[in-house]
Design a protein around this ligand. Structure first.
Ligand code: GLU
Length: 398
């Protein structure tokens, strides 16, 4: 008992600038005393111990406590907030982070990466990296190395990694299936012509072609019979729908650009909504966490799921986070580096993960920062100064 009283007194003293409080110590001791007749004696022992301990300097108290209970000093930083649960989590939680290889990863990306990683840990599931590079002109070689490296720094190696340019055959397979089922058609009109027609409620040319004819035109697209811009594949949608952004959206286009991975081997490329829908299903994603700027995309992607009779993943749309006074735009950062305005992708003036790492911020501090933010639906503005103040504080604790 004496030893226990001494330990509790020292712990209380160390936690409160060298002055132990008798009440606090007594309150911890009483529940452990079975023989109540000893309470008086124990009370005296506590007050004697307090007197002795409070006479010591804080550093002496610490030294003594370290001998009795060293684990007191390696307590983990306490988590303030409980992370909210995601809906419909089953046995195989799978979430993906899907950047294009158009620029380096930055603090904006870190939110989704962190949430995927944290939830994958919580639900014993997988966090997956999928590089979305189906636009030959907007993806660049250096980022295929940089993205996995920066991802791994923040969240550890992803459970799986995919690159969309290596999955073209899968997209073609589904395109053919959907053409045969009458859901897609080849359209040879310009976007302006189609837009004008849709405004008047008129069907674009090609929409009434029977699947055999569509298939013939699709083969012509694949064998290079059209030039870029001369034909696209469109999705048959509700022409009477209210939202013009969802009407007759383009699923495939022809590009003359040289792709950083596959060169000129591929000319017919899926657009984001098509390849994302196919991959989210094929790669068995259960939860899709992304910004609410994707809400219309979700509606388009669900159309593909409906055509194929698939069950949707859970879509979680996060509020927009405005990173005030922070340079994160892929093209701004890339141009700045190319033009020599920045010293590199880890320049302190840009908020890339490489630059945050170079500043000495630990990945854990960033993860915790986003853990505390959580999957919030509210829009938020965070300022550079404020962000680094919090990150520095978290870093120090770690
Ligand atoms: N690759 C797309 C993007 O960067 C899709 C992201 C997503 O669906 O999460 O916006």
């Amino acid at each position: 008992m004496k030893k226990r009283i001494l330990q509790l007194t020292l712990e209380n003293a160390v936690a409160f600038k060298g002055k132990a409080n008798p009440k606090a110590v007594i309150n911890k001791i009483i529940p452990t005393v079975k023989d109540k007749s000893k309470l008086r004696a124990i009370g005296k022992e506590v007050s004697d111990t307090i007197k002795k301990v409070n006479k010591l300097s804080l550093s002496k108290q610490k030294a003594q406590l370290k001998k009795i209970n060293p684990s007191f000093f390696n307590k983990k930083v306490k988590v303030k907030k409980e992370l909210i649960d995601l809906p419909n989590v089953g046995k195989n939680f799978r979430a993906r982070f899907a950047p294009s290889a158009s620029g380096p990863l930055h603090i904006g990306h870190a939110l989704v990466i962190s949430l995927n990683k944290i939830y994958a840990g919580k639900y014993k599931g997988k966090h997956i990296l999928r590089i979305e590079d189906t636009n030959p002109d907007a993806n660049f070689k250096e980022f295929y190395k940089m993205i996995p490296k920066d991802y791994a720094w923040l969240a550890g190696k992803p459970s799986e990694t995919y690159i969309q340019s290596a999955r073209i055959k899968t997209y073609y397979k589904y395109a053919e299936q959907l053409i045969k089922a009458g859901h897609l058609y080849v359209c040879e009109e310009t976007p302006e012509e189609v837009k004008a027609k849709l405004k008047k409620g008129i069907q674009p040319f090609g929409r009434r072609d029977d699947p055999k004819e569509v298939l013939r035109k699709w083969k012509r697209m694949l064998t290079g019979k059209y030039n870029p811009g001369e034909a696209v594949v469109r999705v048959k949608t509700n022409l009477k729908g209210k939202n013009p952004a969802l009407k007759e959206w383009v699923a495939f286009r022809i590009s003359g650009g040289t792709h950083p991975k596959v060169g000129n081997k591929v000319r017919v490329w899926p657009l984001m909504n098509f390849s994302v829908a196919i991959d989210d299903y094929e790669l068995k994603m259960t939860h899709v966490i992304r910004g609410k700027d994707h809400e219309d995309n979700t509606k388009k992607q669900k159309m593909i799921y409906d055509f194929l009779g698939w069950t949707y993943p859970e879509y979680i749309h996060l509020g927009r986070i405005n990173f005030k006074n922070m340079i994160i735009s892929a093209s701004d950062v890339r141009k700045g580096v190319e033009e020599g305005k920045y010293t590199g992708y880890d320049d302190e003036r840009v908020e890339t993960l490489a630059s945050i790492r170079k500043r000495g911020i630990k990945a854990k501090a960033l993860l915790k920062f986003f853990y505390e933010m959580g999957p919030t639906k509210r829009d938020k503005t965070v300022d550079k100064k404020e962000v680094y103040k919090t990150l520095d504080a978290l870093n120090r604790k770690l």
